[in-house]
Write a protein that binds this ligand. Structure first.
Ligand code: BG6
Length: 507
């Protein structure tokens, strides 16, 4: 995962399909702009945005500038920086479904080749609806657009398929056109700063490995809660649901990073092999067991920060009788030597009390309490708390003596906080990922077998939920921690969901 410096990289053309879309304006262009500010882009770099709408280059650039000013972590663009960066951006209206439209890209690329006197790497970014991924790949292959196996790459956004079969079909199709090493399937959680740090934390510290197993770890919680509702994505979300939208990809990938065996080195395939092994080791959920290991919820109306918000069924583009889940909590086991018997609890949902993503590793109780029998003096179990967002920190909770004449215990934190290194200093996930595509590093991208293995894990629950409607939806109010039976899911094993306090407040 060494990042390539500007000097080493080949001239590059990035064609963004969906160039006028929300993702391009919120994430892709601000990320490229910040890479540019850090001098990380190749010296010869061109961005071609494309969509159906007609724009002049100028108008297109102005619309991207609005996005940067609103969404870039570095704030509003400085005039001179923007002028230099935007000089690399052009726009071409095109009909993605029509091969003829691709000739225009070919003409632009030939012009750049002549100017640069070098063949550029060509990156195709599919920031479009998933039903167009194959069309783009096919049309790229039918047109005479560069397909150099070493330097042509295609970037695919999620969702990658809507179930195991469609993911297999999509993989098979893409692999008739591109080699696996040319395909970059994005899961943006893998680019998040703290998520990457979990690997460093686990594999660059000798003290972690002896503790990182069933002997010392009692259970693991992975929690990604969001305060927002479905916003303007009702038509997509109502056909997806949170299990497809978040668990099949982001949360299972977090689980893989916690549970994987150490790879021999950071070679992209070696790292991904280890993650696939985790997915393959996950205990199959059998149909009769689903209600014991999976809970779903849908939000009702409520109040969030003094504002009244609608229930899910009243959101725009959502079926008023929708059975789609906006919350899911699940329990998994990884059946191998390291993790046998250790439950992994995953939960995620929209319109919850707080937006926060964290992983909690709960260690086992001390084997014998030698202090007192007073309940308040029982040593609490140690925890490792990995906060991904909005707080970014890794914290060990240990027991310690409270200063004073008595032997009383108190929980203290050993914290690695990204102090000061918050939003502005830490690269956004998309910066890391785009730089990796430019440098040809696939470590943080999903390989075909990885995506399919993740679908395999969730398929029984997806099928069951689709075929068995929930009579009591909506079953949690906005601004809550989700449905009550999610508490029961974990409580029956003797645990509870750990809702982290805001910084400096007690749990
Ligand atoms: C996306 C999901 O992949 O991740 C969204 O489609 C979700 O529904 C988003 O809101 C969360 O990402 P982040 O980076 O804001 O935690």
């Amino acid at each position: 995962m060494t990042k390539t410096s500007v000097i080493e990289t080949t001239p590059t053309v990035l064609i963004i399909f969906g160039g006028n879309g929300d993702l391009t304006k919120r994430k892709i262009i601000p990320a490229l702009y910040n890479l540019f500010l850090e001098n990380r882009l190749p010296e010869k770099f061109a961005i071609i945005g494309t969509s159906r709408t007609k724009f002049t280059d100028e108008k297109y650039r102005s619309s991207l500038l609005v996005g940067i000013n609103e969404f870039s972590r570095t704030g509003k663009a400085k005039k001179e920086d923007w002028a230099k960066f935007s000089a690399n951006i052009t726009y071409q209206a095109a009909n993605i479904k029509d091969v003829a439209s691709y000739n225009d890209f070919e003409a632009s690329i030939s012009k750049l080749k002549a100017e640069w006197k070098q063949d550029p790497a060509i990156l195709y970014y599919c920031a479009v609806s998933p039903d167009l991924f194959c069309t783009i790949a096919e049309n790229v292959s039918k047109s005479k657009l560069e397909n150099n196996k070493d330097t042509t790459r295609i970037i695919i956004e999620k969702p990658f398929g809507r179930d195991l079969d469609s993911a297999k079909t999509l993989n098979a199709k893409l692999l008739t056109i591109f080699d696996e090493k040319q395909i970059y399937r994005i899961d943006h959680y893998l680019g998040k700063e703290v998520v990457q740090n979990v690997m460093a934390f686990r594999f660059a510290n000798t003290i972690m490995e002896p503790l990182w197993n069933r002997t010392h770890i009692e259970h693991v919680q992975i929690s990604v809660t969001e305060q927002i509702g479905v916003e303007d994505r009702g038509s997509y979300f109502d056909h997806a649901g949170i299990l497809r939208d978040m668990i099949q990809n982001h949360l299972l990938q977090l689980l893989c990073i916690i549970a994987m065996e150490p790879p021999v080195n950071f070679d992209a395939d070696l790292v991904r092999d280890k993650k696939v092994e985790v997915l393959k080791a996950m205990r199959k959920i059998i149909p009769g067991m689903i209600d014991k290991v999976a809970v779903r919820g849908q939000y009702g109306p409520g109040w969030v920060e003094g504002k009244e918000v609608p229930g899910y069924r009243d959101e725009i583009d959502v079926d008023p009788g929708s059975n789609t889940e906006t919350y899911a909590a699940m329990k998994f086991y990884v059946d191998n030597w390291r993790w046998q018997g250790v439950p992994f609890y995953l939960r995620t949902g929209k319109r919850l009390y707080k937006s926060a993503s964290h992983i909690i590793i709960q260690f086992r109780e001390v084997p014998h309490n030698m202090f007192t029998n007073k309940a308040e003096n029982l040593p609490k179990q140690n925890r490792l708390i990995i906060s991904i967002q909005p707080d970014m920190s890794i914290k060990f909770q240990l027991e310690s003596k409270t200063p004073g004449l008595e032997m009383t215990l108190n929980t203290v934190d050993m914290v690695f906080d990204y102090l000061g290194k918050t939003k502005i200093d830490s690269p956004e996930a998309y910066e890391t990922l785009l730089l990796d595509v430019i440098s040809g590093d696939q470590t943080l991208f999903m390989r075909a077998d990885q995506v399919e293995a993740a679908w395999e894990v969730v398929m029984p629950v997806l099928d069951y939920w689709e075929n068995n409607k929930m009579p009591d939806f909506p079953n949690y109010p906005a601004n809550s921690w989700g449905p009550e039976n999610a508490e029961a899911l974990i409580a029956k094993d003797g645990f509870h969901w750990i809702n982290l306090p805001d910084k400096n407040l007690k749990e």
